[in-house]
Design a protein around this ligand. Structure first.
Ligand code: SF4
Ligand code: ZN
Length: 308
């Protein structure tokens, strides 16, 4: 039996990249302390902030909301949860139910925003007629709706559940596509006019650790998998990163740290590239922002279909 390095109790987790072993109690306190360090190091949360949390009903977003709700009183935080219904049949129903149950048990106000109500089509329809992948429509529109709702709620921070694995996947995908402006914008976009500052309290926590934390805390997350998951390039990048981590524990951290070191050198790329969408006024790298272009594209195809 493996035992905890701190107290000798039965270990529930071996952190391969450092060799440390944790019992349940010491794992929970290590996890919470590390998230607190991420929050204070990145000046992510300040006293009196109004924080909106993007809630999908999965383990990452529930853990994020749970941790922030633990700090709510001490830091006099205003806390709201926002769930996005993208219109993915047979998937969102379950995850939205998990989000609702979680919020009502903790008296956290939850707003649900729907892609279909906002744009007149569900994600499933967009995927049928559009030329882009499901995750492109989903990611761009969800981001836009979350920001709009957070602004409406008067939030000054928008907390997302992204963990270390998500962050590293996003970084690698931007590198792979050679999109330098995007690489530069990814971390600092949040400081820009019209966007609520996005924070990622779990950005330093490996997915495995978040899963264990949510399990040990009995957070009732939905494990429903999106039917479009397999579509994405992200899925391949994810498997590749996991294989590398298996070979060389800690490699995800070194990718993240390398990226953080690179960012200050990319400032000029970023400021040259920022424009404002002619249609909606949001940040954009073209005359029309990505959300407005995607919506126009889908609407055109839907109209063609009706006529044809
Ligand atoms: Fe959206 Fe893609 Fe995630 Fe499904 S897998 S919820 S389509 S981003
Ligand atoms: Zn726009």
């Amino acid at each position: 039996m493996l035992s905890c390095d701190k107290c000798g109790e039965r270990a529930v987790y071996l952190r391969r990249y450092s060799g440390q072993r944790f019992c349940e109690e010491h794992f929970l306190s290590y996890f919470e302390a590390k998230v607190r360090r991420t929050l204070s190091g990145g000046k992510m949360i300040e006293r009196g902030d109004v924080v909106a949390v993007g809630l999908s009903g999965g383990k990452d977003s529930l853990t994020t909301l749970y941790l922030l709700s633990k700090m709510r009183e001490r830091l006099a935080l205003g806390l709201h949860a926002i769930a996005v219904d993208e219109g993915i049949k047979a998937y969102r129903k379950e995850t939205l139910a998990a989000a609702e149950a979680f919020c009502s048990a903790r008296k956290i106000p939850l707003s649900t925003v729907s892609v279909e109500k906002r744009y007149g089509f569900a994600l499933d329809e967009a995927v049928k007629v559009g030329k882009n992948k499901a995750c492109t429509y989903c990611g761009v529109l969800r981001r836009k709706l979350l920001n709009e709702k957070a602004l409406e709620l008067g939030a000054n921070k928008l907390a997302m559940g992204h963990n270390l694995d998500d962050e590293v996947q996003a970084i690698m995908m931007n590198y792979i596509s050679g999109d330098v402006a995007r690489v530069a914008r990814y971390a600092s976009e949040a400081m820009v006019r019209g966007l609520v500052r996005r924070i990622k309290p779990l950005g330093d926590m490996p997915e495995k650790e978040v899963a264990l934390y949510a399990h040990l805390r009995d957070l009732e997350a939905s494990f429903e998998e999106c039917p479009y998951t397999g579509d994405s390039r992200r899925f391949e990048v994810r498997s590749w990163l996991n294989a590398m981590e298996e070979e060389s524990p800690g490699i995800k951290y070194s990718i993240l740290r390398g990226y953080q070191k690179l960012l200050p050198h990319l400032g000029t790329v970023e400021s040259r590239d920022i424009r404002w969408c002619k249609k909606c006024g949001d940040i954009s790298s073209n005359a029309k922002c990505k959300a407005c272009s995607l919506v126009a594209e889908v609407k055109k195809y839907l109209l063609d279909q009706e006529i044809g």
